[in-house]
Design a protein around this ligand. Structure first.
Ligand code: ADP
Ligand code: MG
Length: 489
């Protein structure tokens, strides 16, 4: 219940006392605030941000120098004006200070003021009861930041464009020629391929396993007039002898009893108008060789169990890793067929005789398998040099397999000589490795150790005896075998 006005009792006195104390306190605080405000604005003028303050009615009570620089409005013009003054002057569309007063929360917007990008942030200042008494508005010029951001985006776009182009050319190049190599042998080979591709001659490609015989055959087809017609590859070594004939020449309905009762197209027929590669021709059984010879001479086939002849227009490419001449001499290969196939011989040199191609191939395969396995591995120079000294009995295929294996198993991005040494057969290293390479001492020592221990195990037959011969303990040998990837069998 409210007390009557004139009744002065002790309670009222106490209240008055309390009130005057509070007033004193508030005045004191106000003074402190005023001083602080002053200090704040001296500091504020030294800042790069524009600052202004409005009171709870939305009237501008303070601005700093940067505010004037940003907006072009002098302090005297704006002090005492409602915040809407800024939108009337078309400085900003909607005064943020008013929004902060309404919503009682911090608000940030990006505005364009006099062609500058400004981030404007309104901070409400509350009293003890939680009412907004003032709003402090900070304007930060981010023109430069935005420009940098745009520049960054721009250069990212350009990078992406170049990446796309690079990718395009990369795939295009791979499509154009899968045959990588810049050694004299490879350049000659590429020229020969183009020459031979134009005419329909039979080609016999020979070379060790993994040198790229199939790649060359495909290149011939791709560069020929038949490039849009079928290209069929038959591996004579992979198909069982009993099936090879029907695979090649097909059969008529009823040629066999039981399951084979339907007719079947032979690979020669499928390849019609295109190219057929008879891979591993040296493995072809001698009775089939006669049949093949007839087909090549007559340019027609007859299916198994059939009577009618089918005209053939197929370019034949044969490939072998055998010395066919020798097989002829041994009676394993028909001489007449050999001459029939060997119209244009193409000999692919082994990888060890064209070391210049090794770095290019490594590069090709590292890209290929990094992409395939989503990795970022690279090969150290010492490893490349080591690989150039290796004998590569499995040629390019072996190199490709090794790189794939490295990309998958090595944890670090760098693939070093050490990693390679653990996998390849040391005795297959060509002599002059040490003079040329820049192996680290550890790599060189590992390499020698590996060779010595491997030889000892081979010579003595067990790690026990090898250890005794080398004057070390058996566990040492076993540890080295494990560490250096020594073949102990
Ligand atoms: N010059 C080369 N450029 C690119 N890749 C090659 C080259 N030679 C061989 N290869 C690759 O090596 C592997 C073995 O080649 P391939 O033609 O099958 O050998 P071959 O038939 O002589 O045994 C394939 O993966 C092939 O793509
Ligand atoms: Mg092959």
């Amino acid at each position: 219940m409210p007390k009557p006005m004139m009744e002065i009792d002790t309670d009222t006195l106490k209240e008055v006392e309390q009130l005057s104390k509070e007033i004193q306190k508030i005045t004191q605080e106000l003074k402190v605030y005023k001083e602080r405000e002053l200090e704040a604005f001296v500091i504020g003028d030294a800042l790069y941000d524009g600052i202004y303050i409005i009171d709870k009615m939305g009237v501008v009570i303070a601005v700093n120098k940067v505010f004037t620089q940003i907006t072009g409005i002098e302090e005297v013009e704006i002090i005492g004006q409602p915040i809407e003054f800024l939108s009337e002057k078309k400085i900003i569309k909607k005064p943020i200070g008013r929004m902060v007063l309404e919503r009682k929360e911090k608000i940030s917007v990006v505005a364009t003021i006099n062609n500058q990008k400004i981030v404007v942030t309104g901070n409400p200042i509350f009293d003890e009861e939680g009412n907004v008494v003032q709003v402090l508005i900070v304007m930060r010029d981010v023109t430069e930041l935005v420009r940098l951001q745009e520049q960054l985006e721009q250069s990212e776009k350009i990078t992406q464009k170049y990446m796309d182009e690079l990718q395009y050319f990369r795939t295009k190049e791979i499509q154009q020629s899968e045959l990588v190599g810049s050694s004299a042998g490879m350049i000659q080979l590429k020229e020969l391929i183009i020459q031979v591709a134009q005419v329909d001659v039979t080609v016999l490609i020979s070379g060790e396993t993994g040198v790229g015989k199939e790649v060359v055959a495909r290149e011939i087809h791709k560069n020929s007039l038949r490039k849009d017609a079928p290209y069929i590859k038959v591996n004579c070594a992979a198909i069982p002898e009993s099936l090879l004939e029907s695979e090649l020449f097909g059969y008529e309905r009823g040629a066999f009893t039981g399951a084979h009762n339907k007719e079947k197209l032979g690979l020669f027929e499928i390849a019609n108008s295109g190219t057929i590669l008879l891979d591993e021709i040296g493995e072809m059984p001698i009775n089939l060789q006669s049949k093949l010879l007839r087909v090549l001479q007559e340019k027609e086939i007859r299916r198994l169990g059939g009577t009618k002849s089918i005209k053939l227009d197929v370019r034949v490419i044969a490939a072998t890793n055998q010395k066919l001449e020798q097989q002829v001499a041994e009676g394993k290969f028909r001489q007449d067929l050999y001459y029939r196939l060997n119209v244009v011989p193409i000999q692919i040199p082994p990888l060890r005789s064209r070391k210049e191609d090794i770095p290019l191939l490594i590069n090709l395969f590292i890209h290929k398998y990094n992409e395939k396995y989503n990795q970022i591995k690279y090969i150290e120079l010492s490893a490349i040099e080591l690989m150039q000294q290796y004998r590569w009995p499995g040629n390019v295929r072996e190199l490709e397999n090794l790189i794939e294996q490295m990309v998958v198993i090595i944890k670090e991005p760098a693939i070093g000589a050490n990693n390679i040494l653990k996998i390849i057969d040391n005795s297959d290293l060509l002599g002059d490795y040490f003079e040329k390479s820049d192996l680290t001492l550890k790599e060189a020592v590992d390499m020698v150790e590996k060779q010595v221990i491997e030889k000892a195990i081979k010579a003595y037959g067990s790690t026990h005896k090898a250890a005794r011969a080398l004057g070390v303990s058996q566990p040492t040998v076993v540890r080295k075998v494990r560490e250096l990837g020594i073949k102990s069998k």
